[in-house]
Ligand binder design. Structure first.
Ligand SMILES: C[S@@+](CC[C@H](N)C(=O)[O-])C[C@H]1O[C@@H](n2cnc3c(N)ncnc32)[C@H](O)[C@@H]1O
Length: 280
């Protein structure tokens, strides 16, 4: 049975990233452990992964997913240690952090994604008898429509500092969709909130080296639609201070990045980055 049948092409990218985490989990020198990832990726995740990696440069494993996962894990656990108790994983996909990280007992994690994706994930969770390590509220929404109402109705408290995790999403949005999402997040963010995200530079996105990869993303129904060379311009006017780490910077390397490491299709590029934004 093809259990991933009801998923739309963009939701299926969550199987792809799960399959990259499963691959990392199998490494002796893994940067994190994700025992659920292989089941979450299913049969389809590795197929999508191989289409894209193999297509660009055969034999080269893109280290970005492993680096970003570990970077974000470290940030999330630091926030937990600093006392943040409300987390929202926006476009959570098949992320298993609510199961695999050691959270403080009173942490609450909202998991937002399309309803079909979350139903698919919950079926797998039940089948695995997986136990979450934090209270977890899956919430099926369309992030391009009104998702803030359902979040507030589910108990989200906008007076508390929140950690927003926006991983693997922003480049799938048109600029105006990204901006609306950031405005909505901002409206719900008390001072002391933090937003963690990954994104891509517009220059690298427009570069000839990305063209074949982007065309394939279009063919598969999940194009990358936006990037930014100056992410501070997206966040600072909304009242956030931001720190940008390019992959390969000392804090976003973990011994995995090198001049031969690739952004999709590009040798030695530093055009993708990780963001930490703090609401003033
Ligand atoms: C590349 S996956 C990233 C999943 C996860 N954050 C990760 O890094 O593995 C993109 C996710 O965005 C979700 N997504 C995209 N557009 C969405 C929308 N309009 N509403 C809800 N979820 C959306 C997809 O369903 C998918 O799970």
């Amino acid at each position: 049975m093809d259990v991933s049948q009801p998923l739309d092409p963009l939701a299926k990218t969550a199987l792809w990233t799960a399959s990259m985490r499963a691959r990392e989990h199998r490494r002796a020198d893994r940067l994190f452990s994700d025992p659920l990832a292989e089941t979450f990726a299913g049969d389809e995740g590795p197929k999508i992964m191989s289409q894209f990696e193999g297509h660009v440069q055969s034999g080269v494993e893109d280290p970005a997913l492993a680096v970003r996962t570990r970077f974000l894990d470290d940030q999330l656990l630091k926030l937990d240690a600093d006392g943040v108790r409300q987390f929202v994983f926006v476009a959570v996909g098949m992320d298993s952090r609510a199961f695999r990280l050691e959270w403080s007992p009173d942490v609450l994690i909202y998991e937002l994604d399309r309803p079909a994706l979350l139903t698919f994930k919950e079926d797998l969770v039940r089948g695995l008898h997986a136990q979450a390590t934090a209270a977890r509220v899956p919430l099926g929404v369309d992030l391009l429509a009104d998702w803030t109402g359902p979040l507030l109705e589910s108990g989200f408290d906008s007076r508390q500092p929140t950690c927003w995790l926006v991983e693997g999403l922003l480049y799938f949005l048109e600029p105006h969709e990204r901006d609306v999402l950031l405005h909505r997040l901002t409206d719900l963010s008390a001072a002391g909130s933090r937003l963690l995200a990954d994104y891509v530079g517009q220059t690298i996105l427009n570069s000839p080296g990305m063209a074949a990869w982007r065309a394939r993303m279009v063919e598969q129904g999940h194009p990358w639609k936006s990037g930014s060379d100056r992410p501070e311009e997206l966040f600072v006017p909304l009242g956030w201070e931001i720190q940008v780490s390019a992959y390969g910077d000392p804090d976003a390397d973990y011994g995995r990045w090198s001049d031969t490491a690739v952004a999709p299709g590009m040798l030695g590029t530093r055009g993708r980055y990780l963001l930490i934004a703090d609401k003033q």
